[in-house]
Design a protein around this ligand. Structure first.
Ligand SMILES: Cc1ncc(COP(=O)(O)O)c(C=O)c1O
Length: 297
């Protein structure tokens, strides 16, 4: 596979990251995962905006990574993935420097790494139809969850807890509020209204969350960006998670208790259908799509 490393395209196996890299030593590092549908890189600018937000708050030497959007497309092309489902992975770190907690002086060049992989949507497609089991776990993360850093220890541990309980996701609960999943945002349906935690430092501003809220407006589904309280969760007729690879997946049991009827509900299904239509519509509009159909790319 061809990857991109510090300004150069090279074989992924030839990428050499210093053991002094602050991403490795301190998780002083940010990442993004962008979904590629055949012919369509989905909302790369939104992902880069979020990356820039993190870089700004972490005071990285580089705080604008918009030049990586064409690189992402180049990687798809160079790896012959343009007619497939794929994922683009981006990681940027503060760079290599002798180990010392405070920022290095002088600032090193940030490390920039990108790779692509083909993505088989079959597993997620199944989960979208059947729904998943989920569990709740205490939110032991730090309080800057709005930055997509690679410091994911709490997410890894919670995800493992879910896996051991045969659940597809763990939902973090902070002060009695269901915040988000380990790799997804969380929404509840109460009285035909979608309720989801407001944007704050306690959750990641998901790109899919944003798209779903926009689709709800099109669908005339009422949305409240408000805390979803644990002690009211039994009143929810539906629960769902959203994310880049997840898209929209209904939760059919929470902590082994059925949610609503214990099957994917009408709101989740309507949002799923609207999301698929939006992707298809965007694919058709994208110049790559018609070239791909004609076999040009
Ligand atoms: C903690 C967390 N919340 C939410 C999301 C969903 O964000 P997006 O829709 O941008 O993938 C992710 C995605 O990885 C995540 O890690």
């Amino acid at each position: 596979m061809t990857a991109y490393f510090n300004g150069r395209f090279m074989d992924k196996d030839e990428v050499r990251i210093s053991p002094d890299d602050r991403g490795f030593l301190f998780s002083d590092s940010l990442y993004e995962v962008i979904r590629y549908y055949p012919g369509l890189l989905f909302r790369p600018e939104a992902h880069i905006r979020r990356l820039n937000h993190g870089a700004d708050h972490l005071k990285f030497a580089c705080r604008d990574f918009s030049h990586l959007v064409p690189v992402a497309r180049d990687l798809i092309r160079q790896n012959h993935l343009f007619d497939q489902d794929a994922l683009v992975y981006i990681q940027v770190t503060r760079g290599p420097a002798p180990r010392n907690h405070a920022f290095p002086d002088p600032e090193p060049e940030p490390t920039v790494y990108m790779c692509v992989s083909s993505f088989d949507p079959a597993g997620k497609d199944r989960q979208r139809k059947t729904g998943i089991n989920a569990i709740t776990v205490p939110d032991i993360r730090w309080v800057r969850c709005d930055m997509k850093t690679t410091g994911l220890t709490a997410n890894v541990l919670a995800s493992q807890q879910a896996a051991e309980k045969k659940a597809g996701e763990a939902i973090f609960v902070r002060d009695g509020v269901l915040m988000e999943g380990t790799h997804s945002n969380f929404m509840a349906v109460l009285d035909n209204t979608v309720i989801t935690a407001p944007l704050s430092n306690y959750i990641l501003g998901g790109i899919t969350r944003e798209t779903v809220l926009d689709l709800c407006r099109d669908l005339d589904i009422r949305v409240f960006q408000e805390p979803v309280y644990e002690n009211r969760i039994h009143l929810a007729s539906e629960l769902l998670i959203t994310g880049t690879t997840t898209e929209i997946i209904p939760i059919v049991t929470l902590n082994t208790k059925p949610v609503g009827k214990g099957t994917p509900g009408p709101v989740a299904k309507a949002i799923q259908a609207a999301f698929s239509s939006r992707i298809q519509q965007l694919q058709k509009q994208h110049p790559w799509f018609s070239s791909m159909k004609k076999g040009f790319i």
